[in-house]
Design a protein around this ligand. Structure first.
Ligand SMILES: *[C@@H]1O[C@H](CO)[C@@H](O)[C@H](O)[C@H]1NC(C)=O
Ligand SMILES: *[C@@H]1O[C@H](CO)[C@@H](O)[C@H](O)[C@H]1NC(C)=O
Ligand SMILES: [Zn+2]
Length: 430
């Protein structure tokens, strides 16, 4: 096909898709001519056609794949989602889906990149949600496929595998005795949906980046929990589109949407100190009462926060892979910021940062305080296991740090700076 014809087709498709889709965002760093942040909002977008832009066509594949039309064709059969040579091995892994050592990377390979769909569908089944809420399994699967496809597989970290990992961790927390005996099917349903969708359509750059590049989402959400609001609204969009709960009353659907929002918005790391001090004072007063729905939902917010940043609490083999991926994403952002003279964000400069420094700071200021309180709330073997891995992993990174620098620098100075961006509320957590 000639280039002109390809472009003609592409423009027709883009026009057609943008007229239907709203809120999807993507970021294309390969463009040489300008800082190019693609926005497919309600409004039409301008696509300038030039030979140089042909490259961009590739990045529209996601939209081709995830458009309604193509979705309808590619939704896997409920019985053949795992229908390749790895079928047996993946099914076998699912029998141990509640193990803290669950290897989500291996599971993703065995399911041919469908870890989020396979795992979440399995958990819906396991928790009896399909029966209890009389869900149509085809609609459920279609919903999960749409969710999985709206994650950006080109993000090193914020992709569908991270979402699957968080969902798996959430499942482990839901099984903890304190929670499992008081949770209703409704709570479990919301928790799993929120976990699976909590980073939906993540652009692979952070909020400060969206703010300083005047991204329309920053404007839309007034510079506050910009990404989290977008993840939530994207989830709501897919819930409505799938019709998964069309048989429920409007009142229940609205309640569901707002409660999923409360869960997803709690994953904004810049709000961590507020959630943590609330959690801490409840634990100090010993007044948490899980028969109370509000208290239960607060605990589910804390559980999802834990699930979201539990990477350092996994075994070293898993934890190390996550660390590399998240650093790659940070450094990629830093490269773009350098290239366009936007000022490099904290933790994003590959010239001055190291994985070890970033991880030690992350563990010290965010993960340890959160999991310390979680272990007070749920003092179980799982909590002790997580704290055990956390300690060992931190020691390993300190070993790496010593090897690299020879200096006694313990904590990344960038986390001091980061406080102003990411942790604006308070002085240090102890
Ligand atoms: C779906 O699965 C059923 C049962 O295994 C099979 O008979 C059918 O051919 C499959 N349909 C498609 C479209 O793959
Ligand atoms: C968001 O932040 C930008 C950059 O600091 C600022 O120009 C803009 O006025 C802010 N918007 C709101 C609604 O606060
Ligand atoms: Zn996340």
């Amino acid at each position: 096909m000639g280039i002109a014809l390809i472009w003609c087709l592409a423009l027709i498709l883009i026009k057609w898709i943008t007229s239907k889709r709203r809120g999807a965002i993507s970021y294309d760093s390969s463009d040489q001519t300008a800082l190019y942040i693609r926005m497919l909002a309600n409004s039409e977008i301008e696509v300038s056609v030039s030979a140089r832009n042909v490259r961009r066509l590739l990045s529209f594949q996601r939209y081709l794949r995830s458009s309604r039309f193509f979705r309808g064709i590619t939704v896997p059969n409920s019985s053949n989602i795992l229908d390749d040579d790895y079928n047996g091995q993946a099914k076998c892994m699912l029998e141990k889906v509640g193990n803290w050592n669950f290897d989500i990377f291996l599971f993703d390979r065995l399911t041919n990149g469908n870890s989020l769909v396979s795992l979440t569908f399995h958990l819906f089944n396991l928790h009896g949600l399909i029966e209890h809420f009389q869900l149509d399994t085809m609609k459920l699967r279609r919903f999960l496929v749409m969710v999985q496809e709206d994650y950006h597989s080109q993000n090193p970290y914020h992709n569908a595998v991270h979402a699957a990992d968080v969902t798996q961790a959430m499942h482990c927390y839901l099984k903890e005795p304190k929670l499992s005996k008081s949770l209703t099917p409704w709570d479990v349903l919301l928790s799993l949906i929120a976990a699976a969708t909590h980073d939906l359509d993540h652009p692979g750059v952070n909020q400060p980046f969206l703010i300083k590049t005047n991204h329309y989402l920053a404007t839309l959400y007034k510079n506050t929990s910009v990404l989290e609001n977008h993840h939530w609204r994207s989830a709501v969009g897919l819930l409505r589109e799938s019709g998964l709960f069309a048989h429920m009353s409007l009142e229940n659907r609205q309640l569901m949407e707002s409660q999923i929002g409360d869960l997803i918005l709690a994953t904004d790391i810049s709000q961590q100190n507020e959630y943590l001090s609330m959690f801490r004072s409840h634990l100090d007063r010993g007044d948490l009462c899980l028969e109370n729905a509000n208290h239960r939902h607060f605990i589910l917010q804390m559980a999802l926060k834990c699930a979201d940043i539990c990477n350092p609490c996994r075994t070293w083999e898993l934890s190390k892979q996550w660390s590399e991926k998240v650093t790659e994403e940070f450094f990629h952002q830093g490269d773009i910021e350098k290239k366009y003279h936007l000022g490099v964000s904290p933790l994003c400069d590959r010239q001055t940062e190291t994985i070890a420094n970033i991880q030690i700071g992350f563990m010290t200021y965010l993960v340890e305080p959160l999991f310390g309180e979680w272990a007070r709330f749920s003092n179980t073997r799982l909590s002790q296991t997580m704290l055990g891995h956390l300690g060992l992993n931190k020691a390993s990174w300190k070993g790496v740090q010593r090897e690299q620098s020879g200096s006694g620098d313990d904590v990344d100075p960038a986390f001091e700076e980061m406080d102003s961006d990411i942790l604006p509320q308070e002085p240090r957590l102890s």
